[in-house]
Design a protein around this ligand. Structure first.
Ligand code: 5GP
Ligand code: ZN
Length: 113
């Protein structure tokens, strides 16, 4: 499949691994938006939040069990952080493989840009 994140999972494109199990892979964003910026992706290709349904949502639940563990390991769980998923054109999604940004280590602003 011609998908950047599928290639990262396959090891065809190098990445800095933070966490991996049978269902998901987490790695450092190449253009970090904070001192911590990790991307968590399902190993199964799912295009975006728009493509989550009853047949694939268990991996999303799993990812949301993994996210707090990554946050703890990164030392940002207590102070707080942000989880973001951009969807489609107006959401500014640039890689069409579902991913959750974990951004922390600095004060966030609201509303987001
Ligand atoms: P999106 O814009 O789709 O929400 O997020 C895609 C993210 O993937 C961006 O934050 C971007 O910096 C990151 N990214 C794009 N290409 C690569 C890559 O080759 N390696 C890594 N580690 N991150 C990437
Ligand atoms: Zn993919």
């Amino acid at each position: 499949m011609d998908c950047l994140f599928c290639k990262i999972i396959a090891g065809e494109i190098p990445s800095t691994k933070v966490y991996e199990d049978d269902l998901c892979y987490a790695f450092r964003d190449i253009a970090p938006q904070g001192p911590t910026h990790v991307l968590v992706i399902p190993k199964e290709h799912i295009q975006s939040v728009n493509a989550i349904n009853s047949s694939n949502s268990s991996v999303v639940a799993h990812i949301f069990e993994v996210i707090p563990e990554i946050a703890k390991a990164e030392g940002i769980a207590e102070e707080g952080y942000r989880v973001v998923s951009n969807i489609g054109e107006r959401g500014q999604q640039t890689v069409p493989h579902l991913h959750f940004h974990i951004i922390g280590g600095r004060d966030m602003t609201w509303p987001p840009g």
